[in-house]
Unconditional design. Structure first.
Length: 156
């Protein structure tokens, strides 16, 4: 994961600041390093000409995920450290959400049993974790239907 740091003309970026920001970004995003190719950090002082004010430091972070469009977040704070930490937290949540949605499976209904009766009659979001539960329920429904058909004197 490459980290590139850019700044506005009112923020002096020195080696220690680059190391601090890079460390904060790496720490926040380390569990996604297999999915992230590059992170760009843009720092600016919104009220530099006024010399003060609340939340005048801005940090924009843009992450490039493999095979996806870049995603970006912005955080305003009174200090540069708070702006970077806030943006890193927001980006972490956004990446979790983006990758979590990609892991979900889309099951479009109706799913039909072998004799054409619908088991699920609406579209549902199904995660990998509860797929086994759905399969177990489907098997139970098949067993129940076979039992009902047997009681009615029909073959399954």
């Amino acid at each position: 994961m490459q980290i590139q740091i850019n700044s506005g003309h009112n923020i002096e970026v020195h080696e220690a600041l680059v190391a601090e920001i890079s460390g904060a970004v790496e720490s926040a995003l380390s569990r996604f390093c297999d999915h992230i190719t590059q992170v760009e950090v843009h720092l600016s002082d919104e009220n530099s000409d006024k010399k003060g004010g609340n939340d005048d430091m801005r940090c924009v972070m843009e992450a490039r995920l493999e095979g996806r469009q870049p995603i970006a977040v912005t955080h305003h704070a009174s200090t540069l450290d708070e702006a970077v930490d806030g943006a890193a937290d927001k980006l972490t949540r956004l990446i979790e959400h983006t990758l979590g949605r990609a892991r979900s499976l889309r099951v479009a209904g109706p799913i039909r049993l072998c004799w054409g009766r619908p088991m699920i009659d609406r579209t549902a979001e199904v995660s990998e974790m509860n797929m086994q539960e759905i399969l177990d329920t489907a098997n139970a429904l098949v067993a129940d239907d076979k039992g009902l058909l047997a009681m009615e004197g029909k073959e399954a």
